[in-house]
Write a protein that binds this ligand. Structure first.
Ligand code: GTP
Ligand code: MG
Length: 269
């Protein structure tokens, strides 16, 4: 059996995909089918692939469908939160839960609506094997793309959000800081104080990347073809963009205040 060997010499033997869901009953079966197919391929390569669904008590019974899966698949896990409380908050709880209960070498982030291709999972893990700490499935490096039916308006919003985030915060040189398909070394996540990231919504992705880059993580982008949502409705609304933008600005301000007070302390001592 071949096993992926990390730069530090230890094999990547366990990976866990954290999959946040809110009202994804129409998509969850399809995505789990595809992930479980990949799981069987990965198993042959010596990697145990777990999936943790983090559901915010979806009224469409997404969690009930997952529970049925669990009857036949021991590597499918479920964390149900009390109510809808944002993508970032779901990731914080999910990542902590995965680190505590599954103890994987690598954690992956992924959407449940089919926009991320499960066949790319291994490419992301492979980049960790090649020495990266934080791997981004990127739409904005050569070979990557956004859905062909995205209008100019949507392309401009996505590109501008990325430019804004990269300008204000540390992205470790990455071009796609807002995407949600990633593989992250568990040892890096354990060094980050997730609860202190303090962003409940979509901008969590930017704040996590910033925190990782500040830890000196090596950030690598691998190209992905980002697809259109397969079924169901988007959970993102215009207010999320405004709140996210303010959240990112707030992190920058806190960093500036922190560095000013540090230099003042240094001058006094
Ligand atoms: N648990 C939880 N999951 C969420 C929440 N908001 C979004 N999600 C999930 O996070 C993933 C990404 O959300 P989407 O609505 O697809 O956002 P998006 O990909 O930016 O938007 P589209 O391109 O329109 O799909 C999906 O799997 C959602 O079900 C939330 O508040 N709680
Ligand atoms: Mg989506």
């Amino acid at each position: 059996m071949t096993q992926i060997i990390t730069k530090s010499g230890s094999a990547v033997s366990t990976a866990c995909i954290v999959l946040p869901t809110y009202n994804e009953a129409e998509n969850i079966r399809h995505i789990l089918d595809k992930i479980l197919f990949e799981k069987s391929i990965h198993q042959k390569k010596g990697i145990q692939l777990h999936v943790l669904i983090v559901d915010d008590n979806s009224p469409d019974n997404t969690a009930g469908i997952v529970r049925k899966y669990q009857l036949h698949h021991t590597q499918v896990h479920l964390l149900v939160r009390k109510e809808k409380n944002g993508l970032g908050a779901a990731y914080v709880d999910g990542i902590k839960h995965a680190l505590r209960t599954i103890n994987p070498d690598v954690i992956l982030e992924m959407d449940a609506d089919g926009q991320h291709d499960p066949r790319d999972i291994f490419r992301l893990i492979q980049a960790i094997d090649e020495g990266a700490d934080f791997v981004i499935g990127s739409r904005y490096v050569p070979g990557g793309s956004v859905p062909s039916n995205w209008g100019l308006h949507r392309k401009i919003i996505s590109k501008s959000a990325n430019l804004y985030a990269r300008t204000l915060l540390n992205s470790g040189g990455a071009k796609d800081c807002t995407g949600g398909f990633r593989a992250i070394r568990a040892s890096l996540l354990r060094r980050i104080s997730l609860s202190e990231l303090d962003i409940k919504g979509f901008a969590f992705q930017v704040s996590l990347l910033n925190a990782a880059a500040l830890q000196g993580a090596s950030v690598v982008e691998v190209p992905i073809q980002f697809r259109e949502r397969e079924r169901g409705d988007s959970k993102m609304n215009p207010m999320d963009i405004v709140t996210g933008g303010l959240g990112i600005a707030n992190i920058r301000i806190q960093q500036l205040i922190g560095s000013t007070s540090q230099s003042e302390t240094a001058e006094v001592s």
